[in-house]
Design a protein around this ligand. Sequence first.
Ligand SMILES: Cc1cc2nc3c(=O)[nH]c(=O)nc-3n(C[C@H](O)[C@H](O)[C@H](O)COP(=O)(O)O)c2cc1C
Length: 187
Amino acid sequence: MSRVVLIYGSQYGSTERYAHWIAEELSQAGVQTEVVAASDISPSLLAEADMVVAGLSDYGGLLTESSELKKLVNQLLAQPLTLFTVSFSGLDGAPQEKLDGILRKNVGEALVDHANGIFHFRGALDHTRLSLKHKTVMIGIRSAIAAIPKKSVANQQMLDSFSQKTVDYSSPEACAPLIQLVRENLG
Ligand SMILES: Cc1cc2nc3c(=O)[nH]c(=O)nc-3n(C[C@H](O)[C@H](O)[C@H](O)COP(=O)(O)O)c2cc1C
């Protein structure tokens, strides 16, 4: 039975949820899965994997726990790897090349070039749960977006999230192409 390790770097749970959605679908297809926080990955865990899927959330271009992936770059290069990011806007806010570029900056060229696929999903935002630091950053983001003359739909959704308090644009259906790619790679 093939074994896939799903690694997530997540601060409020969106990316972790994606990792579990992907794992559930793969399990139903007869694949053995293990979902693990990026801070808990170990060389021995990776050595047992036939394939790795890693997802990190985006905070102003900084991807959560990307340093943990970089620590194990040589092992990650030794097996098939699929990468994904989770952000508020995803591909509704920026082109694939820009989001791929954020991944490159955070995890390094080698892992991105090695990846058999890169996906960008939309996440959630719960203003009531944000840390003080994140609330402060959000005030800056709000002013910056408010000043944009022609706002995108994602820009407007970000502004609206402040009054709605909790918004969630994540979707298990969005994972389908990633799951298909993983299954193709497992053969
Ligand atoms: C301080 C802060 C900065 C953020 N910066 C961005 C950003 O630059 N672009 C974006 O699309 N989403 C941004 N987000 C939204 C997060 O990427 C989104 O909430 C994501 O679902 C978080 O995933 P996680 O819960 O797995 O950490 C930001 C959120 C916070 C709190």
